[in-house]
Design a protein around this ligand. Structure first.
Ligand SMILES: O=CC(=O)O
Length: 323
């Protein structure tokens, strides 16, 4: 007689995009507890399963903080479906002996594509031109404002991890000159390294933010850095909103102290400051740089690989404790 396999229990509080698209890949392997389908309030639902749940899949919209962790005394793994696990209280996880994993480089290429897309859009005014045509403003007067050439631009990448590196490779092919700031220098690469992000800004025409949000990078792009970037400078952010001091960014854009911005991430998502919505030198995207079916597939494979490694006492595939 065939043996019924017991599927390990995994709690999901809010379903990540990859789960939504590849649900059956998860449910074949795990007994998925779907908190969002329960009529119970979250804390009551979680408490019902508190003694048995060892693994949790989280989501940026449900912070894994001390309150949630306290409800789950048996928890041993927080598996983040995203690359940035900044919404997980890692210090508290460490204190409780809970491991954290992320998506590793599953999304890097797709995020890099969007960074380049935003960079080109701001300089060449693609979204603004689209809106101009749709609003019926195209006439024979030829009064559409000029853009700015991509080739030859000096681009400073903030965070040369796997996303930053993919951005660098792509923009090199456009004839841009790359330099970077990162936690540490990468001696195997020939791009100039700046340990000071302000100096990087002063020596480039655009900054592309690709780094994780940590205590060190929070508001790292402040007034001083934006002033160093200067009036012709452009900023693109595909990292996390709070790496930039958003209030200062808005002021600089309103006062035309920088040329423009391409933003996929914001400080208080999904809230976007209204000034940004009104400016046509700003291109906005709703934190969707990872949204391709291919990325979600790869992301769910990494998530499942981490859960399988955890339940079979093997080393985790993409641990994220030191991020
Ligand atoms: O923002 C998306 C991610 O961190 O994967």
């Amino acid at each position: 007689m065939a043996q019924t396999q017991i599927r390990p229990e995994v709690l999901i509080v809010t379903p990540p995009g990859s789960f939504t698209y590849f649900e059956s890949d998860f449910t074949q392997k795990f007994n998925v507890l779907k908190a969002w389908e329960s009529p119970l309030p979250l804390d009551q639902y979680v408490t019902t399963h508190a003694q048995s749940v060892q693994a949790l899949i989280c989501h940026a919209y449900t912070p894994v903080n001390a309150d949630l962790l306290q409800l789950l005394p048996a928890l041993k793994l927080v598996a983040s479906p995203s690359t940035g696990a900044d919404y997980v209280d890692k210090a508290e996880c460490r204190r409780r002996g809970v491991a954290v994993t992320n998506a590793g480089d599953a999304y890097s290429e797709d995020v890099a594509d969007i960074a380049v897309g935003l960079f080109i859009d701001v300089h060449r005014k693609i979204s603004a031109a689209d809106s101009y045509v749709r609003r019926g403003l195209w006439s024979s007067k030829g009064d559409y404002p000029l853009g700015s050439k991509i080739g030859g631009k000096r681009v400073g990448i903030v965070g040369l991890g796997s996303i930053g590196y993919e951005v660098a490779k792509r923009l090199e092919a456009f004839g841009c000159k790359i330099s970077y700031n990162s936690r540490s220098e990468r001696p195997s690469l020939s791009y100039p390294f700046y340990s000071n992000v302000c100096e990087l800004a002063a020596n480039t025409d655009a900054l592309i933010i690709c780094c994780a949000l940590t205590d060190q990078t929070h508001h790292m792009i402040n007034k001083e850095v934006l002033s160093a970037l200067g009036r012709e400078g452009v900023i693109v952010n595909v990292g996390r909103g709070a790496v930039i001091d958003e209030k200062e960014l808005v002021k600089c854009l309103v006062n035309r102290e920088i040329r423009g911005a391409g933003l996929d991430v914001f400080e208080k998502e999904p809230h976007i400051p209204k000034e940004l919505v009104e400016m046509d030198n700003v291109v906005l995207s709703p934190h969707k740089a990872v949204f391709t079916l291919e990325s979600f597939k790869r992301g769910s494979e990494v998530l499942i690989a981490n859960l399988e490694a955890f339940f079979s006492n093997k080393p985790l595939v993409t641990p994220a404790m030191d991020e």
